[in-house]
Design a protein around this ligand. Structure first.
Ligand code: BGC
Length: 418
């Protein structure tokens, strides 16, 4: 069998973005608040980002012209419901125009209802450790689906509910609630929000057992709310799926991390329509914790090992544990050398091909990310994009990798080895 016929008809080929990282001026969100606090861990504020809020027609048109058939993006809760219970019809209409633009260009819109940022009021009300949050999230999802459901192609409820668990194993974040007041950014957030530091619980930084329960409950209630609305599209959630490997003597540790970070969540999504897999590389563990990449190996701009083979391993793990279709909702490389991006994606796609050959139900490959954008705490320095964005003029320039991957998309994978 050749690569030409291994990709099923209707395979989704696309690129992804997230509202806060590209739209600009997401001023009612917790992200905006955290970026501007004294003691912030964010390298710089998001500001205008890529001004995608206004420039989406051009961006969507470019993706279609490049050859893609899918665009994954998120809608912003902090814009749609800027104060609790106050929904903005004008903003919902904005997202209706975004969806319509996708449809007019023949792109299937894959919509993420929550991609890390939340309304500031939600965090002031206890955020992702508060037991009312699943109900609040479902109410928002219901409103959105009523307004937009007929145009949605596939929906992701939450993005990477397990990311905090993954980061905590790497020694990033994960302070127990009672210690949050000692971290300058959390202490400042508590003051700004008028709550106790132990109640500050933004989505990406909440690793507690309570946070895990709240997020899974939110996924379930959102799923029901979305399914009850107009449209008939698959719904799932996405996970951060690093390929967890053992270094010398690290087998037990790696197995424990794999269980805690990946398997528990993959078991929780059994029965969903699909699971979104988001893999960037591998993380290795020795007996005492995470290992640094070996001396001399190629690194990406995030300081992580260049390891495209991680995707195949995580697709296989997801299919085996969750037992549902897999959609690659993110995979990509932060690099200033676009030839390395092509090499990375080519090797990652060989992994997808091998999974398809073994009969694994992989529904699509969505590259992270469409545009060079706001990479959270790292600011604008890491560039994952297929399309470069001039920070002063907002001018877009498709990189060679965009044309290369777009051509593969256009041929439904046939040109992969060519
Ligand atoms: C997130 C993106 C992020 C990307 C690269 C994923 O964890 O969903 O928002 O930009 O990884 O770090």
């Amino acid at each position: 069998m050749t690569a030409a016929n291994i990709f099923p008809k209707g395979f989704l080929w696309g690129a992804a973005t997230a509202a806060h990282q590209v739209e600009g001026n997401n001023v009612n969100s917790d992200g905006w608040l955290l970026e501007h606090l004294p003691g912030t861990i964010f390298a710089e504020p998001s500001g205008d980002a890529c001004d995608h809020y206004h420039r989406y027609p051009q961006d969507i048109g470019l993706l279609a012209e490049l050859g893609f058939n899918t665009y994954r993006f998120s809608i912003e809760w902090a814009r749609i419901e800027p104060e609790e219970g106050e929904f903005s019809r004008a903003i919902l209409e904005h997202y209706r125009r975004v969806l319509t633009t996708c449809r007019e260009h023949g792109l299937t819109p894959v919509v993420t209802f929550h991609h890390f940022t939340s309304p500031r009021w939600l965090i002031a009300a206890g955020g992702w450790e508060d037991e009312q949050t699943p109900g609040r999230f479902a109410r928002y999802c219901e409103r959105v689906t009523q307004h937009l459901g007929d145009l949605i192609g596939a929906a992701c409820t939450l993005n990477e509910a397990n990311l905090p668990a993954l980061l905590a194993t790497m020694g990033i974040g994960g302070e127990p609630a009672e210690q949050r007041g000692q971290v300058p950014m959390w202490a400042a957030a508590a003051r700004a929000l008028g709550i106790a530091p132990e109640r500050v619980a933004p989505f990406q930084f909440t690793t507690s057992a309570k946070g895990f329960e709240v997020k899974l409950a939110a996924h379930r209630t959102a799923m029901a709310a979305i399914k009850a609305g107009p449209g008939n599209f698959p719904v799932g959630m996405t996970l951060a799926n690093a390929d967890i490997q053992a270094g010398p003597g690290g087998e037990a540790r790696a197995a424990a991390v794999r269980r805690e970070v990946n398997e528990v969540y993959l078991e929780a999504v059994r029965g969903d329509d699909f699971v979104g897999i988001q893999t960037y590389g591998r993380t290795r563990f020795g007996p005492d914790g995470m290992l640094q990449p070996d001396e001399g190996v190629e690194l990406n701009m995030m300081g992580e090992e260049f390891y495209p083979e991680g995707l195949e391993a995580t697709i296989r793990q997801a299919a085996a544990v969750a037992g549902i279709p897999v959609l690659v909702t993110e995979n990509g490389l932060a690099t200033s050398d676009d030839t390395r991006r092509i090499a990375y994606v080519q090797r990652a796609l060989r992994g997808v091909t091998s999974c398809l050959r073994d009969g694994i139900d992989v529904r699509g490959y969505i590259y992270w990310t469409a545009l060079d954008n706001f990479e959270w705490v790292f600011g604008y320095r890491p560039t994952f994009g297929l399309i470069a964005v001039d920070r002063a003029t907002q001018e877009r320039t498709a990189k060679p990798s965009a044309r290369w991957l777009g051509n593969i998309a256009r041929s439904n994978g046939a040109s992969l080895e060519g």
